[in-house]
Design a protein around this ligand. Sequence first.
Ligand code: 4AZ
Length: 278
Amino acid sequence: MERFNRIIRFGGPLLQTALLIASVWKLAACSEVTIVGGHEVKPHSRPWMVSLQVKNSHVCGGTLIRDQWVLTAAHCKGVFGESKKFVEAVLGAHSLTSSKNTQRVAIEEYYVPGTYSDRTKEDDIMLIKLKMKVKINSKAVKVKEVSKSGKDLQVGTQCQVTGWGVVSATGSMPSDTLQGAEVDILDRKLCDCFYNRNPVITQDMLCASNNKRQADACKGDSGGPLECKKAFVGLVSGGLGCGNPKKPGVYTRFSKRHLDWIHKIIKHQSNTTNVGIL
Ligand code: 4AZ
């Protein structure tokens, strides 16, 4: 950085102007990438998609895995704020401004593994028990089973991520319509290198990116599903910025450990939060 500053200092006004133009261009290029780099999906083609909302504003994605259970990211709990009173799960939506086909349900309880760490991003997974069962219908609301495989994915596997997150890396408003983007599974070591091991990309995490279209999950896509060959294999955890191939999207991968945890919680429907050590 110091060297960079020195170059600027010594480069004089011409270089400074050139750099300014370059950064404005980069900003403009960034705002073109929409998830980012994605496309609107066919309405109700992902009937398991959940919009988690606080006071009617979308904050995180989720997946309906049973008629009363939604799977999302643990860090979404922070986004929800103080009280679960204000959080609702919206099912059956395509456009968030239309209530056609939608079901709005309050939250009964959250379950976050005791091993989740905001610092290391490990086990970024959360189960939400809804106040009541949603009505499953062929039109707009269906459950999606978590992939039972628990196996790791091959580098280069083509996957899709969906969500109502921002469509511009610099944006703040969620997308009105559900977006999807094609992303490919990346080599873990390469991803670790991109992130300088901060966070360390563990076996229970995945990195995915799309170099051609710079497609990526972005703010508001957190908690939403990552599907590879129709299997629900992981969820959006985070990453640094959006659409930068050198800072790929980071996902929680459903390992055997996660699957056991999910099934245990659902089976026992325990009433306490932070249940279970993974
Ligand atoms: C977020 O803030 C977020 N580019 C989600 C995904 C990514 C970055 C940030 C990945 O919810």
